[in-house]
Design a protein around this ligand. Structure first.
Ligand code: NAD
Ligand code: IPM
Ligand code: MN
Length: 346
C-alpha cells in the first residue's frame, strides 16, 4: 500500500484541535481510497519554547526535510511568548528554508455558508509570495528608548523571487479562467513595487492567453468586497497577500473556512498545509472553532500528494456538511459535531 509520511505540527491554541480533527478526516479518506498516512507529531509550540528556550530543536528543519508533507495547526500564544519570537522561530523558517514560495489560498463560497456579501458569487485563488518581500526580517532599531529612536524594516524583493511567483500565478490563471490580477502599491512604493509591475509586464508577453491587470492594494481590498466576482487569480507580495487572504476568509464567511497551502513547486523539499487563521486565543478553550479550514488545507495536501480522488472526496464531504447546515455559522456548532459530520460524509 502506498504510504505518505506526514509531519504533524499542531502548535498552539486551536491549532491542536484543528489538526486532530483534520487528521481524523484525512485518515478516513485514506482508508476509503486505499493508501496510508503515517503521521509523526512534533510538539513544537510556545509551550515547547517555555520548556526548552526554542520553538523547535536546532535540527528541526533537517528533521522535517525527509517528510512528504507537513500539516500545521497554528503558531502563536502572544500572552506568553512574543509573536515576533514564536513566528520567526517556527512557521516562517519552515516556509523559507523549504522554499515554499507559492502560498495558495482559495476563497470561494461553500453551500449553506452565508458570508457578509449578499449578492455575489466568487471563486478567487490568491497566490501569495511566501519567502521574501516585507517578511525578510531585515532591519533594526537604533537609539532605543530615546526621542530619536528609529525603527527600520527592510523589504527585500529579488528578481528571482518576483519572477518565480508571478510565473506560478500566470500558470495557475491558465488552468482557470485566464485572468490574473497583480497587486502592488507602486504609486507610493517606488522601488520594489515598480519592479514587481515591470516584471509583470515582461512576463505577460509570454502569456498572451492570460488577461493581466495591475491593481493597487487599496483598490483591490475594496474590489474584493464590492466586486469579487470579477476576480480569478490574484497575486500579491507576502504582506499584501497576508492581508488580502484574511479579507478573502471574511467574504467566505469567516476564518474558519479559509485554507492555505505553502508549496515548494520544485518539490525538492516538503510543502506545508495549514489554515489561514491563527491560534485564536479568544476561543481556544471553548471547543467551538471550525475545523473546516484545516480539513480543506488537508484536502490540498492530498491533492499535492497525488491522491486526487481522496482530495475530491474530502472537499465533497466539506460541501455536504455545510449544505446540511452544520458548521455554517461561527460558534453555532461545536468542533466535535462538525468533525463528526465531516467523517460521516466521507
Ligand atoms: P486568529 O486568526 O487566530 O483569530 C482571529 C479571529 O478569528 C478570532 O476572533 C478567532 O476566534 C477567529 N477564528 C480563527 N480561527 C477560527 C476558527 N477555526 N473558527 C472560528 N473562529 C476562528 O488571529 P489573531 O488573533 O490575530 O492571532 C492569534 C495568534 O495566532 C497570534 O499569535 C498570531 O500571530 C498567530 N497566527 C498564526 C498563524 C499561523 O500559524 N499560520 C496565522 C495567523 C495568526
Ligand atoms: C498567516 C499568518 C502569518 C503570516 C503570521 C502568523 C506570521 O498571518 O499565515 O497568514 O503573516 O504569514
Ligand atoms: Mn495571516
Amino acid at each position: 500500500m502506498k504510504t505518505h509520511q506526514i509531519a504533524l505540527i499542531p502548535g498552539d491554541g486551536i491549532g491542536r484541535d484543528m489538526t486532530a480533527a483534520a487528521w481524523q478526516v484525512l485518515q478516513r479518506a485514506a482508508g476509503a481510497f486505499g493508501f496510508a498516512l503515517d503521521g509523526i507529531e512534533f510538539p513544537w509550540s510556545c509551550a515547547f519554547y517555555k520548556e526548552t528556550g526554542a520553538m523547535m530543536p536546532a535540527d528541526g528543519i533537517e528533521t522535517l526535510r525527509g517528510f512528504d508533507a507537513i500539516l500545521l495547526g497554528a503558531v502563536g500564544w502572544p500572552a506568553e511568548v512574543p509573536d515576533s519570537v514564536s513566528l520567526h522561530g517556527l512557521l516562517l523558517p519552515i516556509r523559507k528554508n523549504f522554499v515554499q514560495y507559492a502560498n495558495i489560498r482559495p476563497h470561494r463560497q461553500l453551500p449553506g455558508v452565508h458570508g457578509p456579501l449578499k449578492a455575489s458569487t466568487f471563486d478567487i485563488l490568491c497566490i501569495r509570495e511566501n519567502t521574501e518581500g516585507e517578511y525578510s526580517g531585515a532591519g533594526g532599531r537604533i537609539h532605543q528608548g530615546t526621542p530619536d529612536e528609529v525603527a527600520v524594516e527592510t523589504s527585500i524583493f529579488t528578481r528571482k523571487g518576483v519572477e518565480r511567483i508571478l510565473r506560478f500565478a500566470f500558470e495557475q490563471a491558465r488552468t482557470r479562467r485566464g485572468k490574473l490580477a497583480s497587486v502592488t502599491k507602486s504609486n507610493a512604493q517606488k522601488h520594489s513595487m515598480v519592479f514587481w509591475d515591470d516584471i509583470t509586464r515582461e512576463l505577460a508577453r509570454n502569456y498572451p492567453d492570460v488577461e493581466v491587470t495591475s491593481y493597487h492594494i487599496d483598490a483591490m481590498a475594496a474590489r474584493m468586497v464590492m466586486a469579487p466576482e470579477t476576480l480569478d487569480v490574484v497575486v500579491a507580495s507576502n504582506l499584501f497577500g497576508d492581508i488580502l487572504t484574511d479579507l478573502g476568509a471574511a467574504i467566505q464567511g469567516g476564518l474558519g473556512f479559509a485554507a492555505s497551502a505553502n508549496i515548494n513547486p520544485e518539490r525538492n523539499a516538503p510543502s506545508m498545509f495549514e489554515p489561514v487563521h491563527g491560534s485564536a486565543p479568544d476561543i481556544a478553550h471553548l471547543g467551538i472553532a471550525n475545523p473546516i479550514a484545516t480539513v480543506w488545507s488537508g484536502a490540498m495536501m492530498l491533492e499535492h500528494l497525488g491522491e486526487r480522488d481522496a482530495a475530491k472526496a474530502v472537499m465533497a464531504a466539506i460541501e455536504a456538511t455545510t449544505a446540511s447546515g452544520v458548521g455554517t455559522v461561527p460558534g453555532k456548532d461545536r468542533t466535535d459535531a462538525i468533525t463528526a459530520a465531516l467523517l460521516a460524509a466521507i
